[in-house]
Write a protein that binds this ligand. Structure first.
Ligand SMILES: *Cc1c(COP(=O)(O)O)cnc(C)c1O
Length: 373
């Protein structure tokens, strides 16, 4: 059975999970060349991040520098990075503070450790904003309840529900004031915009490279500062070369080679971030001008992940033979995909990586569909 996927070739794909992980031609060549199992291990001397051919050693150094941290390692994704930090720092029953816009994997990782989870509330409809001051309040609550500050705090730099960018530096400074180690989840920021960990007072940064660096999965980055490197990257007693928390090796696959190919391109693309945000803002303005459509999350948006509340399309769905699926099919007819089929009351999309021409075409398609109603 041949399994050929042509979503990126045949459509404008709006799926927020996928737009930052879209691969370029060079990355696809690398992927094909390293597709065989363990192919990055030809010249391995026992440590994945020290392999010189392909230059994973240089890659991890450059990643640490790119994120303005001291040390970096490859992981299998953002969730594994979060788990590794939590597992290093927390014992069962210890308190962790996380933002309530966090990804489910943050919660599940903390659950797996047996940590006691405290959530920083957002401001609710319509902005659902995480204010840095709410971290202070939550820390104070933890102190009132347990007598101590939490053992770890996590912030989702940009969340996957509203695309809200939080002022990480302010949260980092509050963490520093309370003596709480600060883990920043940059799944939706690193690789799109510049993220400079030490400027944000982060102790740990996790990256999802298949979400933000234009590579196939599964691969991520875990970066930290000198202060924590030895503890986080402690070695096995029996196997003194092996990072215990990483179970020896992580992304031992084509994904690691692809990240080498992608990094120079990613370093360039983050410079265009302001233009990416402009496109998203323009699109929001146009959509809202259609009437009965509202962008949720902070305004004006600071990210390409957009969540819309769309009574306009929901009312139209009631009149359509295909019901809630009509929007999906109308978009598909126009070469656009990536919105969840059946959803019309609200949906998420991402304009990341689209040219102005494509963003305008995209709005034109929504406008045409809206005017049919
Ligand atoms: C996508 C996402 C993740 C999961 O990333 P993986 O690399 O697949 O583990 C974690 N956190 C946030 C905020 C995400 O958006």
């Amino acid at each position: 059975m041949s399994l050929i996927r042509t979503r990126e070739e045949s459509f404008i794909n709006l799926n927020p999970l996928q737009t930052g992980g879209r691969t370029n031609a060079a990355v696809r060549v690398t992927a094909a060349s390293y597709v065989d199992g363990y192919s990055v291990c030809d010249y391995c001397k026992g440590v994945l991040h020290l392999i010189e051919k392909p230059p994973i050693c240089e890659l991890t150094k450059q990643l640490a520098e790119f994120l303005n941290m001291d040390e970096a390692r490859l992981t299998l994704g953002a969730r594994e990075g979060k788990f590794e930090v939590m597992h290093t720092i927390l014992s069962p029953g210890d308190a962790i503070v996380v933002d309530s816009n966090r990804h489910y994997t943050t919660y599940v990782a903390a659950e797996c450790i047996g940590a006691k989870i405290y959530e920083v509330p957002n401001t609710g409809y319509p902005a659902y904003e995480i204010l840095s001051s709410a971290y202070r309040q939550t820390f104070d609550e933890v102190i009132a309840q347990t007598g101590n500050p939490p053992k770890l705090a996590l912030l989702t730099h940009v969340d996957g529900e509203y695309g809200n960018l939080v002022d990480a530096r302010e949260v980092g400074q509050i963490c520093q004031e309370y003596g709480v180690p600060f883990l920043l989840n940059t799944a939706y920021t690193a690789g799109r915009m510049e993220v400079k960990g030490k400027d944000l007072v982060a102790d740990f940064i996790v990256v999802s490279a298949h979400k933000g660096f234009g590579v196939p999965g599964t691969i991520g980055v875990l970066a930290t500062t000198e202060k924590w490197a030895e503890r986080l990257f402690r070695k096995s007693v029996r196997y003194p070369k092996k990072d215990i928390e990483l179970l020896g090796c992580t992304a031992r696959s084509a994904a690691a080679a692809c990240l080498i190919t992608a990094l120079p391109y990613v370093k360039e693309r983050v410079k265009d971030w302001d233009e990416d945000v402009k496109k998203a803002r323009w699109f929001v303005e146009q959509m809202e001008a259609l009437g009965d459509i509202e962008q949720l999350g902070i305004k004006p948006t600071k990210h390409d992940l957009l969540r819309f509340k769309t009574p306009l399309f929901d009312k139209m769905a009631g009149q359509q033979r295909k019901r809630g699926y009509f929007l999906y099919y109308e978009l598909e007819k126009r070469g656009i995909t990536g919105i969840k089929p059946g959803q019309t009351a609200w949906f998420k999309l991402s304009t990341y990586g689209l040219t102005w021409e494509q963003v305008k075409y995209l709005f034109g398609a929504f406008e045409e569909i809206a005017k049919q109603g």
